[in-house]
Design a protein around this ligand. Sequence first.
Ligand SMILES: [Mn+2]
Length: 294
Amino acid sequence: MAAIQSLWNFFTTDKRVSSHTDSKVWAIGDIQGCYVAFRRLLVKIDFDESRDKLWIAGDLVNRGEGSLETLEYLYSIRDRVQIVLGNHDVALLAIYWGIKKSNPTLDPILESENVDKLIEWLRVQPFVHYDKDLELLMVHAGIPPEFDIDIALKYSKKLQDKLSGEDAPRWLRKKMSIAVDADNTKKKKNRYAINAFTRMRFCDKEGELNFSQKGAPNTRTYGSGLFPWFEIPKRKKLGAKVIFGHWSTLGYMDSDVAISLDTGCVWQGKMTAKRIDIKGGEIVQVDCPEGIKA
Ligand SMILES: [Mn+2]
């Protein structure tokens, strides 16, 4: 019996490990502190911390109960993780620097003995990540229609330098003192770039950001002249597919130009992982019962 049992173990548990000899890269959308679902998703994709890589499309924290645990875990495997900053991650920096008020899901981070270490890691992360070999760009919300890859990376670097620098608290306070929907017409400026990278959903046909709509694109939004940022007719050809999150009402989408990964985990939806190191990589999802009722 014991022999049969060990044979059974070999074909069940061990087989999974032995079949996983190649290094995989997975992209995951907004975690928003849904730590339990996140770890369950990593089990489901058989994530190997010593070999595989994760791309996380921003909004690591806030709203979900496990924001501190999420940040601590990602920090612990930081060599295997590529992240970009989302609006909630920038908000955490603003709270840490006393620019914004905290909330009960972020308080545990601020009260943690590791807070300085975690914030130092977070503040030096980029807004846009580009992998030439995979022909993929990752950003939290989107790439503005008039940006090509070089301009997007240039602005990502400028913003990253600002948040990494000594003057970061003062710089961010100034950026946050202006309403997000005010004065987004001054293109190719830092504020325009940070709003586009971290908050954009719709633009008009000229590519001006519009923050009045948060739902999925529908006949009404198209009828009022608004397009999802990735469908603006005159947008620059990037030569790379854009992986993004932020838009939970859009849900999972894989088009010629972009892959949308925020499937509303924190709103009791799903958390999605997409394998990106091969063409047509699989999609794996878990439910998120710990999320908030929308
Ligand atoms: Mn977001």
